[in-house]
Design a protein around this ligand. Sequence first.
Ligand code: ATP
Length: 207
Amino acid sequence: MTYIIGLTGGIGSGKSTITELFAELGVPWVDADIIAHEVVKKGSPSLAKIIEHFGKHILLDNGELNRAALRELIFTNEKEKNWLNDLLHPIIRQEITTQLAAQTAPYTLFVAPLLIENNLTTLCDRVLVVDVAPATQLARATRRDHNNIKQIQRIMDAQVSREARLKWATEVINNDANLVENLLQLKQKVLELHRFYLQQAELKRVG
Ligand code: ATP
């Protein structure tokens, strides 16, 4: 059984960037966002239920789910948000569990932006938080998504606060420093964590 490291952080904090550095060391990962997309793909039973509930206008012309429209709809409607979460969360959780159980590496990263918000910490042995100042998040996410600051701020406000997230952390990796000057230090930190996680995984295995 693989040891599970939940990896989380706010929008634009650098989860993908850090995951890549672990991947370079051969560490596999399971991505909650990818699974959340897969369970509502065209032809899926969940998408059929969503169409039944919201109507066909929730689809794009190509028959795929219009995620932006759905996101907008549930952002302002608690009841619909709960309906959707009640439908999808158990299915997503089941798929995450299945994919994690299939891993054979000593440990696996479980990358989930909403690890804390969606109670997914219960699936994890440890929680690694990618931590940056809110101003860094705003700047990087705005640049990456070609989005306006207001929209990114709105997403940040809907996520758990930096302080609340850090309370769940068993390890923290700070990603404020610029990658260009700081890549070596960041790689070193990831290597330290890697060694620590291998050790912890082994302790659990023999324990
Ligand atoms: P999201 O949850 O929004 O998908 P994320 O947490 O996975 O985001 P990344 O996509 O890794 O974050 O990083 C956000 C943006 O910031 C990317 O464009 C990435 O290249 C850039 N970035 C990440 N870390 C650094 C860094 N240390 N220095 C400079 N740029 C960075």
